[in-house]
Ligand binder design. Structure first.
Ligand code: MRU
Length: 354
């Protein structure tokens, strides 16, 4: 499989994730507007991938207008596409800083190289996260049963440039020959677990079972889960974690059942400027994602059906906050650390060799 975004003859391509798992459609991102649209429409999604596409978007924008004003306007437009994943701001700032002092005619090419470097580093980070996470998880296997991991949303290969964060751990375990089984939360409303995580695990022939979002607590209580691991969109300086809505409930259930709750994230997902989880902007998405569900009809067409009565209002916060006290550890490319102010301060910065 190629990376989730790739260059072919200097043209940029990705998968349209709104069509997965039913159709694997490749789309070209041919300019800044395409990159912004791909992020806001969720053709691309997942915090690290959003950052990478944002970086290329800024590089494209500089080809059209390499002035300071052009740079800051494009940065603002791309930043507004999705509010919660801090990797977007991190990547845009990194490109903007890299070009700021350059002559205008050198900016676009430098930005393109910076975007490519962000992608390469993401791959290295994720492999490292996978190794650190697998080392923590493997000893949790009980007896002859496979290691039973529960995950929420999709923090796999297609949420990143390659390998994923939480699923990098599963990949590393499988590669090391550790038998593993993944409980996959469906992750309403957009079903990134049922659609994307299950698809990735199937592609890799890794044992998994899709469950409704509310089943995890019961499975933990029944002793059928050894650990929970999720990705995340932003970690505040105090260790509070923003991730796909429903993550908090999994962390509560894990704590009540004495199970470890790990958060896999590159250091670029840590927002030192954000003091605590309550300061993280939670994306509010269309109520239609709650009132309707998409899927494949018997004739193979992709359809959307209504599941609520006409006129019932719906609320659709896309992320929630898991307080640091419920997080067993953050697993970064530099190793695992406590979800606390002091431990986070001690981390090497994003971009340092993994
Ligand atoms: O709304 P999404 O699909 O972009 O949300 C994705 C998540 O919540 C992931 O868990 C997170 O971005 C980490 S991806 C490695």
């Amino acid at each position: 499989m190629p990376r989730t975004i790739w260059l072919d003859d200097e043209r940029l391509f990705t998968w349209d994730q709104t069509r997965l798992p039913f159709e694997a459609i490749v789309i070209e991102l041919a300019g800044a507007a395409d990159c912004a649209h791909a992020i806001s429409s969720m053709q691309v999604r997942g915090a690290p991938l959003i950052g990478a596409v944002g970086a290329y978007g800024l590089a494209f924008a500089l080809r059209e207008d390499d002035s300071d004003a052009g740079l800051s306007a494009a940065r603002a437009t791309l930043l507004a596409t999705r509010p919660t994943a801090v990797n977007l701001r991190w990547a845009l700032d990194r490109v903007a800083v890299a070009v700021a002092e350059l002559p205008r005619d050198e900016r676009a090419a430098r930005a393109w190289r910076e975007a490519a470097a962000i992608c390469d580093e993401d791959v290295a980070c994720n492999l490292s996260i996978g190794r650190h996470a697998a080392a923590l998880l493997a000893p949790l296997r009980r007896g002859v049963d496979p290691l039973r991991i529960l995950t929420h949303c999709n923090a796999g290969r297609i949420a990143t440039v390659d390998h994923g964060t939480a699923l990098a751990a599963v990949e590393a375990l499988a590669d090391a020959g550790v038998p593993v089984h993944v409980w996959v939360d469906e992750t309403r409303p957009r079903n990134q677990g049922a659609g994307l995580t299950a698809w990735e695990l199937r592609e890799r022939s890794i044992a998994h079972t899709v469950i409704v979002d509310n089943a995890g607590g019961l499975l933990m209580r029944q002793g059928l889960v050894d650990a929970v691991i999720v990705g995340c969109d932003r970690v505040a300086a105090n260790g509070d974690v923003a991730n796909k809505v429903g993550t908090y409930l999994k962390a509560l259930a894990a704590r009540d059942n004495g199970l470890p709750f790990y958060v896999a994230c590159p250091v670029s997902t840590i927002d030192a400027q954000c003091r605590g989880g309550d300061a993280i902007a939670i994306e509010q998405r269309s109520p239609r994602e709650v009132t309707h569900v998409g899927g494949r009809a018997p004739d193979g067409s992709l359809v959307e059906v209504q599941i609520t009565p006409d006129g019932s209002p719906a609320l659709n916060p896309a992320f929630d906050i898991t307080p640091a006290r419920l997080v067993t550890a953050l697993i970064t490319e530099h190793g695992s650390v406590a979800a606390s102010l002091d431990a986070i301060r001690g981390l090497r910065p994003a971009g340092a060799p993994a």
